[in-house]
Design a protein around this ligand. Sequence first.
Ligand code: ADP
Ligand code: ADP
Length: 217
Amino acid sequence: MVRLEGVAKHYPPDIVALQDLNLAIAKGEFVFLTGPSGAGKSTLLKLLFCAERPTQGEIFVDGIPLASLSASQVPHLRRKIGVVFQDFKLLTNRRVFDNVALSLEVTGLKRDQVERRVRQILDSVGLGGRIGQLPHQLSGGEQQRVAIARAVVNRPPILLADEPTGNLDRARTDEVMALMEELNAQGTTILFATHNERLYRHTHRRVLRLVDGRVEE
Ligand code: ADP
Ligand code: ADP
């Protein structure tokens, strides 16, 4: 589902964020990405959804070679990838419904289909009753569940999560983890960046550790 071959990312003038990265993630895997702050975790995720371009090397996402993607083809790639961030990145002046519906409307679905899918996904994250509220009326944990609903409402094969529990307490963190497990059980490939050791210490999942821009398993 994801393959990196000899990937490096430099930021001018002299920061080497990633170097000689070789990595493959199979369809349906749930992989943790760890490592200290500044190790390159966010950079790696940004390369996968083309928010950044590699300095060297090749990246394939669901068979698509990213190097050959033009700017106008990037939206096509992004329909395959859901992204969740530490700070939720919800539109603060839009209701919960619209935050989730916006990523569906661009796919050309009819209004009643959009409505049905949005209700369904919000029910599944336990927020069916909050559909008409604004983000600031929700707790942090609830806002993150809206963000997850938005990320997966068009059923992308891949979900990228960049420290999604970083702003949440332990109980809210566990709710988000349970949601991630459920999405993975339904077949979504997940790459989950975190430095919270509790989340991966006892896992049977693959744990990739980035240190100084290099990966250790
Ligand atoms: P992590 O997510 O593991 O904390 P990052 O990918 O954010 O790591 O950062 C890796 C390195 O790249 C750090 O040294 C960081 O300061 C640097 N970096 C990240 N983004 C940029 C940028 N846009 N411009 C310059 N340097 C950057
Ligand atoms: P910044 O976080 O500084 O705005 P980034 O380079 O991290 O810049 O990413 C650009 C922005 O585009 C992200 O903040 C994110 O909100 C948005 N974005 C890009 N791709 C996606 C995606 N597949 N799903 C959701 N949001 C996306």
